[in-house]
Design a protein around this ligand. Sequence first.
Ligand SMILES: Cc1ncc(C[n+]2csc(CCOP(=O)(O)OP(=O)(O)O)c2C)c(N)n1
Ligand SMILES: [Mg+2]
Length: 431
Amino acid sequence: MPKKKQPTLRRANTNRTHSRTPQEDSKSARQQRTYTLADYRLEKPSFELRQVRVGDTVRYEVSGNLSGPAPPIRDSKYLRKQQCIEIYRWMLLNRKMEAALENLYKQGKVVGGVYFGLGQAACSCASAYALRPDEWLGPLIRNQGSLLVRGFSASDILMQYMAKAGSPTNGRDASSHFGDIQNRNVVAPISTLGDLIPVLAGVALGARLQGRNIAVMTYIGDGGQSTGVTYEGLNFAAVQNLGLVLFVENNLWGYSTPADMQFCVKDLAERAIAYGIPGIIVDGTDPCQVYDAAHEACQRARRGEGPTLIEAKMMRMKGHAIHDAAEYVPKALFEYWKKRDPIARFEDYLVRQKKWLTNQENEKLIGAVESELEVQREIAVASPMPAPESAAGGAYCETPCHEIRPKYAMPKCRIKKSLSLKQKETAVHLK
Ligand SMILES: Cc1ncc(C[n+]2csc(CCOP(=O)(O)OP(=O)(O)O)c2C)c(N)n1
Ligand SMILES: [Mg+2]
């Protein structure tokens, strides 16, 4: 039997003494990989945090350029005047509802802790605004603005925090662990950070099997993005070309750990390269940038082209939760981001720059949001606590209560045999 020819292994010449030929240079240039990350920001903050030990305690010091003026809002490529005003309104409601929540907590009416999204309203509201009603959202605990955009009322959120009988979980769960899979297509937040990612990828896969490519959106923090399940979920979405839109909310802190001590990459969007998907950077305090990136990612998702990772850079303007005074955050950092307040800057953009709202119209709009919130607050405060004997009931519903049916019924997908593997992955063929 003829001897099988062994493949020859070519070794790199480690003792090379001659310089590289032009042919070698061009070959190496061809092999070199370059990646680009779209960056929508009009300002690239540059400062560093340093941990300083003082006796048994540590504190953080910030250095860098913290005195520059706040950047302007970037004109949206897609939003029209009325849509900008609508997003501004959601952002106002988001903030005012959180202020009401803080007061209710101080009055002893809240059961458990309260988590705020102060400084993050543009990211929550403008991202959720990019989804269609039939698409899906999986918010995190700070994305209360996203819940409002998806159709929950402020009283739902206030009642949930007060554990009222009429709250979405009938008073059996505090904070934001609620969703609505029947009408609003909202998956309840999962506290185990990262777990929403494979769940939402699964929702997109389910829709694909029904013959539709849809956008599904969820969020992960700068801390949570280091979990294993984030990698697994996003990688799965990438290889299956699922329409996941993942916002990495880089608010510079994970509890009391600064972002500088959590990862070595310069921008978290760089991690997209490792999944083979687009990575985008936006200023998370600019609703137009957030919307544009979200809209483009949703369009990609709807075309069956797979997931997008969007890093939204901003700052958590309060402690981790209401019990945390955030004394570890250098005051200069709060001052810097206060000048970049998303609502004040968007208001300035709409009223003074674009002149899409007169001062009078703006005041009227703010007044209307305040009145709406006051009505919602009163409904929430006046509603009853659950009956003690109901304590052993289910958090979401009683069993048997209603039949939980699959949203889109059985798969309708037919894949043509003649398609290439890549085409088969994204193909949507209705019967
Ligand atoms: C898998 C997992 N590990 C740890 C925690 C505890 N934990 C809750 S919130 C939090 C910090 C999260 O920081 P980040 O992801 O940056 O979100 P942020 O609070 O800044 O919005 C941690 C560690 C958790 N909920 N899940
Ligand atoms: Mg964080």
